[in-house]
Ligand binder design. Structure first.
Ligand SMILES: NC(=O)c1ccc[n+]([C@@H]2O[C@H](COP(=O)([O-])OP(=O)(O)OC[C@H]3O[C@@H](n4cnc5c(N)ncnc54)[C@H](O)[C@@H]3O)[C@@H](O)[C@H]2O)c1
Length: 365
């Protein structure tokens, strides 16, 4: 048997060719990881974060996160198939994601960039190294979309969005896929040019009317479904902005005042352990600061997906989904793109070694 080992390298362009920007596929991958989370068929340690200062500096100075996980599925393969959720994963991977908020303005580079490694399930040797930025953005929009599918009113018409950059785009596509009745997106960004560009570029692909709002309050005040995806480091969303029946996915961290959570009938997260561990999300800060009781956190969305907990039971309920972002979502989505790439013959094979022991004879002073 040959001793050489090759892994597949997928650039951003390769990921696009392999379906990385397909929101329908990303939603299936996200629902698969929510489902397996609800079943407990995953391993996901608390993610290490390098941050320069306290949690609030993530949005001003930056951070680096490493997000390892293992995701199963073997024992649920029939149910996954019945639900149309792609298939099993049964392997592990890690996302390495540094983010520098000043990048767009200072260097014309994205705030965050990422690499993802997937291992061979038998040997645990890296089998794929791929761009992780597309996976990361798509799985975040898809996670919010899956949450909307389970928690928003299905006849919602108005989508209010604050933050019109990378995540804003993924949020729009995830929400429209989940709630096809959405007709209008009212978008606000602190940088008006960003919002105008967003409106121009997203109209056709989202099949929605897009209005640039003059303020966050105007964007959100009449919304049935809300997404916030900014790098705000001080809150601006007040309780009185939420109309009856609203569903709000807060994927960024500081947009909403903690006391606005008091008007929420239900508060779901993606994983309460991870939310507490990271210590930034508004749901955690509201509990930590005694604004709401911990018992007001209704649960993890996976529990709704598998049917252990109820989601929306009344049209009038105001519901918050506050995800910190899970490594298993990255893994599920990266695995989907990797499997597509293998089937389609996309990517470049790169040699890890010809002989894994050759270097041992080369050690020298
Ligand atoms: N929870 C998750 O799973 C998850 C995953 C990925 C990213 N995120 C978070 O989503 C956020 C957005 O990510 P991105 O990649 O789009 O960032 P980005 O830096 O590309 O864009 C942020 C946008 O927010 C706008 N903005 C900043 N402050 C604002 C304010 N007060 N009001 C309105 N707009 C404001 C900026 O002008 C910019 O257009 C980040 O906080 C990131 O950490 C969360």
């Amino acid at each position: 048997m040959s001793k050489k080992w090759e892994f597949l390298y997928l650039s951003q362009e390769d990921c696009i060719k392999a379906g990385g920007t397909d929101m329908s596929g990303a939603m299936k991958a996200a629902e698969r990881s929510f489902f397996l989370h609800g079943k407990g068929d995953f391993i996901q340690p608390g993610k290490p974060v390098i941050r320069w200062g306290g949690p609030e500096t993530e949005e001003t100075i930056g951070r680096i996160m490493s997000m390892p996980s293992w995701l199963g599925g073997e024992q649920y393969s029939e149910e996954l198939e019945k639900r149309g959720l792609i298939g099993i994963v049964n392997t592990a991977g890690i996302k390495f994601i540094p983010a520098r908020p000043s990048n767009p303005q200072k260097y014309g580079r994205p705030r965050s960039s990422a690499l993802f490694i997937i291992v061979d399930p038998d040997t645990l040797i890296p089998a794929c190294v791929m761009d992780g930025a597309i996976v990361s953005a798509m799985r975040t929009g898809a996670a919010a979309g899956v949450a909307a599918k389970y928690l928003a009113n299905p006849d919602s018409k108005i989508f209010g969005l604050v933050g019109a950059s990378v995540q804003g785009r993924a949020q729009l596509m995830g929400m429209k896929k989940a709630i096809p009745s959405l007709e209008i997106c009212k978008v606000y960004d602190i940088n008006k040019k960003t919002a105008v560009k967003f409106a121009k570029e997203m109209r056709d692909c989202s099949q929605m009317e897009i209005e640039v709002a003059k303020s966050a309050e105007i964007a959100l005040g009449e919304a049935d479904v809300i997404s916030t995806a900014t790098i705000a480091s001080t809150p601006y969303i007040k309780a009185e902005w939420y109309k009856e029946g609203v569903f709000h996915a807060e994927s960024s961290f500081w947009d909403t005042y903690t006391d606005a959570l008091r008007v929420m009938d239900l508060i779901f997260v993606d994983d309460w352990f991870q939310v507490k561990h990271h210590g930034v999300d508004v749901s955690w800060r509201a509990v930590r600061d005694g604004v709401i009781e911990e018992s007001r956190i209704t649960g993890n969305l996976g529990e709704v997906v598998v049917g252990i907990k109820k989601g929306r039971t009344d049209k009038k309920q105001r519901i918050l989904f506050n995800p910190i972002g899970l490594a298993i979502h990255d893994l599920s989505e990266a695995h989907r793109v990797y499997e597509n790439a293998k089937q389609m013959g996309i990517g470049k094979k790169i040699k890890l070694y010809r002989d894994p022991n050759a270097w041992l004879k080369k050690i020298h002073f």
